[in-house]
Ligand binder design. Structure first.
Ligand SMILES: Nc1nc2c(ncn2[C@@H]2O[C@H](COP(=O)(O)OP(=O)(O)OP(=O)(O)O)[C@@H](O)[C@H]2O)c(=O)[nH]1
Ligand SMILES: [Mg+2]
Length: 210
């Protein structure tokens, strides 16, 4: 017997739009879920895993590969549509000064003023946990709440396959102790991916009916 298809599952996904530094973002339409985190943490890989697509979102072994805001449209089996935003990674030292100053404002504009931003997923490497940049990112988004509808936040600990199974629970608890909800994933094995998707759907208000 085959498992019934979850209504939350992504059945169709495609590239929607991109905006580089100084570029125009498309007019806000669907609710957007943004994926932010240090370069190489696994943002693009997680987005591919969530959408059930191997190579829709470009991933790379070279940190700093994503320099624009790239939007992808995902349609679920229950016909709910969302946009997933792949944000430029931060914390990559080998950038020219010009590049660094040119994508700072892009992230700030997107995270600070995008009216259709419904949720922010902050990715951290399960082996590193939350550091100053992540705290600043969460504080920045919280500081914009007077200007628009609240943005739900979720921490996702990536590359869980690189943490020995016996340490996973402890590492996740350590991150959770920082006060934000946290889920662990491995884009490699697929562990935790369905849980992230169902949490994302719930926080943007399109979870399964109770
Ligand atoms: N073992 C393991 N490797 C992963 C996982 N997720 C991503 N990677 C690898 O980590 C590297 C970076 O992944 P990306 O998804 O491109 O990271 P990113 O955060 O989008 O990076 P930038 O776009 O540069 O900011 C790639 O070589 C991936 O194959 C995971 O869950 N487990
Ligand atoms: Mg990327």
């Amino acid at each position: 017997m085959s498992t019934p298809l979850s209504p939350l599952r992504v059945v169709d996904a495609d590239f929607f739009a991109a905006a580089g530094p100084g570029g125009e973002l498309p007019a806000p339409t669907l609710p957007e879920i943004a994926f932010a985190g240090r370069s190489n943490v696994g943002k693009s890989s997680l987005m591919n895993a969530l959408m059930g697509r191997r190579n829709l979102v470009r991933t790379s072994g070279t940190p700093g590969c994503t320099r624009a805001v790239n939007l992808f449209r995902a349609r679920c089996a229950d016909d709910v549509e969302l946009l997933l935003a792949d944000l430029p990674g931060y914390g990559y030292a080998k950038r020219s000064k010009d590049e660094r100053t040119s994508w700072g404002p892009l992230l700030e504009r997107y995270l600070g003023r995008r009216p259709s931003l419904a949720a922010l997923v902050v990715l951290v490497d399960a082996r590193r946990g939350i550091e100053d940049e992540e705290r600043q990112l969460l504080e920045f988004v919280a500081s914009t709440k007077a200007q628009r509808a609240p943005v739900a936040t979720l921490i996702v600990a990536t590359k869980l396959d690189k943490v020995p199974a016996s340490r996973r629970k402890v590492e996740l608890q350590r991150i959770r102790a920082e006060g934000a909800p946290v889920l662990g994933v491995s884009a490699e094995s697929g562990d935790g991916v369905a849980a992230v998707w169902s949490r994302v759907r719930a926080v943007v208000g399109v979870g399964l009916p109770q």
